[in-house]
Design a protein around this ligand. Structure first.
Ligand SMILES: [Zn+2]
Length: 98
């Protein structure tokens, strides 16, 4: 059986770097977070949230969906601009030879 030290925490993208003060801490497992948003998502996904915590989790989840939608919209616009620039460049290059 593996016996981890009590302070062992798996590496994760939301880990708080050394020297930085955590913005929020999980009330269930004392895990530090860089933002309350990340803490609210963690509590909702890893613990049994209270009513207030569930409300904050759902609000954080909604914000995640909005951020993802905005990212997709920006990606589609960027692809459109790259496509249009490629077509214009292609036409300019062809126009110099014919
Ligand atoms: Zn926790």
């Amino acid at each position: 059986m593996t016996d981890y030290a009590p302070t062992f925490r798996p590496a994760r993208d939301t880990a708080v770097p050394d020297g930085e003060t955590p913005a929020a801490t999980c009330p269930h497992c004392e895990c530090p977070f860089r933002s309350e948003h990340a803490r609210d998502l963690h509590v909702g996904e890893r613990h049994e949230p209270s009513d207030g915590e569930r409300e904050r989790y759902e609000a954080a989840l909604e914000r995640e969906r909005d951020d993802l939608w905005l990212f997709h919209a920006k990606a589609v616009v960027a692809l459109g601009v790259i496509y249009a620039a490629t077509v214009v460049l292609y036409m300019a290059v062809l126009g110099t030879f014919f």
